[in-house]
Design a protein. Structure first.
Length: 296
């Protein structure tokens, strides 16, 4: 128990130092190059996210294993507390999208991936249309994480232990495996990946205190659509979610032309936001367990 206390104290001390040295720290970071700031944010985000995730699992989540509703309420409460702490330190106003790294910053349009590697253009030709290269980078990072975690869960010994521990933790412990330590690693890994996602998304959507809650809602909808407990189903659910939101944005901005109408069919921004929830409702009506979920 003393180890958890020392870890909590160390993280708390770091947070206090950041609060006290906020202005000098911001001045130092703004003096760095864009690329160095981005790499530093990726590294610091992953490390701090992993430490916080492991600490939260060991001190708050672990006592409530076997009580899923309590865990959900607890983590939601932690999200609200974290949001208010961010507002207290950095203010309630969000920050506009960060400057993208120099690899994606040149105001030009590359005709191919090979040309982009030398030109570092902000857009690339995709099927005759310009597509932002940083968005391709986001897709690439998401794909690498998706495949990497999938391979870890399916083919590694650690993944086998994780899957078995979720099904029957007592049986796994009877084999001499410390399931609690494995769960701590899983929670830390998930928190680190969430932090990485926030850093990668910052040059695209900006940074604001409530962004965690918005992304959490979208992730929950993707899991429900794909099916609880189905990793591949979650990936499919996320893809459907993104397509639905993109289609909703097209309805809002450009509209869909109708041959017999003078004006294109448009929708309000509320419809675009509600499209993801509507898809979830339709899927649950047809398949209550999700697209790839199994009835228990």
């Amino acid at each position: 128990m003393w180890k958890e206390g020392m870890l909590a104290g160390a993280i708390g001390l770091v947070g206090l130092l950041i609060l006290l040295a906020r202005d000098p720290l911001e001045g130092f970071l703004l003096g760095l190059s864009v690329d160095l700031r981005f790499l530093l944010a990726l590294t610091a985000g992953a490390v701090v996210g992993a430490l916080l995730g492991g600490l939260i699992e060991r001190t708050l989540i672990r006592p409530f294993y076997g009580r899923p509703i309590t865990q959900i309420v607890l983590t939601l409460g932690l999200m609200f507390v974290g949001t208010e702490l961010v507002k207290a330190v950095w203010g309630r106003e969000g920050h506009p999208p960060m400057t993208v790294p120099s690899l994606f910053a040149e105001s030009c349009r590359s005709e191919s991936l090979a040309a982009w590697l030398t030109e570092h253009c902000s857009s690339i030709d995709v099927l005759g249309r310009a597509f932002p290269t940083y968005r391709l980078f986001i897709i690439f990072v998401g794909g690498v994480i998706l495949v990497g975690v999938g391979l870890l869960l399916r083919y590694s010994r650690l993944g086998m232990i994780i899957r078995a521990g979720v099904q029957d933790s007592e049986m796994v412990e009877a084999l001499g495996i410390n399931v609690r330590r494995v769960f701590t690693f899983v929670f830390a890994l998930g928190s680190a990946l969430a932090a990485l996602g926030g850093v990668v998304a910052a040059p695209f959507v900006g940074v604001y205190p409530e962004m965690g809650g918005i992304f959490q809602l979208q992730a929950f909808i993707a899991v429900v659509i794909g099916g609880m407990g189905s990793y591949g189903g979650t990936a499919v659910g996320a893809l459907l979610l993104g397509l639905a939101r993109a289609f909703g944005d097209v309805l809002v901005t450009s509209g869909i032309p109708i041959p017999w109408a003078e004006q294109a069919l448009r929708a309000s921004p509320a419809v675009a936001r509600a499209s993801t929830v509507l898809i979830m409702a339709i899927v649950l009506l047809v398949r209550p367990a999700g697209i790839f979920g199994r009835k228990e």
